[in-house]
Design a protein around this ligand. Structure first.
Ligand code: PBG
Length: 341
């Protein structure tokens, strides 16, 4: 033992040169780790989103262009979020299952241009629901909104089926209703979509970090908050319970959201299951980096890469991030300068 020989232990030896650091590097990011969330809207205008600098609500043509730009730097998976016209929002959120709705048309447009890109869709009612909640709402005599669980699941199943029929590779329930993974799995299988996967938002916290996203889609709840279905940010053991349920119900992949403030949850779930796990670096996390960098307080590229590395090091196999394209470009440029770093 070196201690008994009284020699100093020098961890810095392994950090002395780039080659040595490359040998001992434990976590490496790849463009294939990223899932790129994209916003879509009707019409032929692409519109910059003020609350999320660098992001736009894309027309279908703009969407295909952006998927191509991301594909060119190595991103191979996208997830879609629609902004639905107010005129189509109803208490029953019927538009969510329209086979010719915005999302099914977007899936078909991407698949026609880039069949190899994995298309993932969000399953939840908030963009379609005039109440702005992820589930159907029945208003209590007190005036408080009550989110109906089982009634919502029936609608989510129809929504998932419309995405599968349009060619989605995976559906991703972000609603946090109890029992929705199993119900969606059964509905998909019964309709012959046994190859369509489920990426479940397993531990989705009731987070203030979603603020810029709700602004982008005009999807904030009209009354009340999401605390009765999304998880309490104070709880960690409960995430393990949600994970066991999702696994039992047939999820193919699980997710923790948000990512940066919940690295302990990512690690805990990683250590107690073998399923592939995603983490979602959400709009507020993105915006904080963007706005601090815009004011010159931090180095955007370095903080972007460090934030993503931290999420992967904590145990995520893949990361949903608005930085997907930019980060992939950085990784490619780095490889071009010094092949494999
Ligand atoms: C809604 C949904 C939300 C996000 C993804 N799906 C918002 C919410 O739950 O209120 C947030 C994503 C982000 O903030 O980047 N089903």
């Amino acid at each position: 033992m070196s201690e008994s020989l009284n020699l100093p232990i020098r961890p810095r030896r392994n950090r002395r040169t780039p080659a040595l650091r490359g040998l001992v590097r434990e976590t490496v990011l790849h463009p294939e780790d990223f899932i790129y969330p994209l916003f879509i809207q009707e019409g032929d205008r692409d519109e910059a989103i003020l609350s999320m600098p660098g992001c736009s609500r894309w027309s279908l043509a703009g969407l295909v262009g952006e998927v191509g730009a991301a594909r060119a730097v190595g991103v191979k998976a996208v997830v879609l979020f629609p902004k639905i016209d107010d005129s189509l929002k109803t208490p029953g959120a019927e538009e969510c299952a329209n086979p010719d709705g915005l999302v099914p048309r977007a899936i078909r447009a991407i698949k026609a241009a880039f069949p190899e890109v994995a298309v993932i869709t969000d399953v939840a009612l908030d963009p379609y629901n005039s109440d702005g909640h992820d589930g159907l709402v029945s208003t209590d005599p007190s005036g408080d909104p009550r989110i109906l669980n089982d009634e919502t699941i029936a609608v989510l199943c129809r929504q998932a089926l419309s995405h599968a029929a349009a060619g989605a590779d995976m559906v991703s329930p972000s609603d946090m209703m109890d029992g929705r993974v199993g119900a969606i799995r059964s509905a998909l299988d019964a309709a012959g979509h046994e190859q369509v996967g489920i990426l479940s938002y397993t531990a989705k916290y009731a987070s203030a970090y979603y603020g810029p996203f709700r602004g982008a889609l005009d999807s904030a709840p009209k009354a009340g908050d999401k605390m009765t279905y999304q998880m309490d940010p104070a709880n960690a053991r409960e995430a393990l319970r949600e994970m066991e349920i999702d696994i039992a119900e047939g999820a193919d992949m699980i997710m923790v959201k948000p990512a940066g403030p919940y690295l302990d949850i990512i690690r805990r779930l990683r250590d107690s299951c073998d399923l592939p796990m995603a983490a979602y670096q959400v709009s507020g996390e993105y915006l904080m980096i963007k706005s601090a960098a815009r004011d010159g307080w931090i180095d955007e590229t370095k903080v972007m890469m460090e934030s993503l590395l931290g999420i992967k090091r904590a145990g995520a196999d893949m990361i949903l991030t608005y930085f997907a394209k930019e980060a992939s470009r950085v990784l490619l440029e780095r490889d071009a300068r010094a092949p494999s770093h």
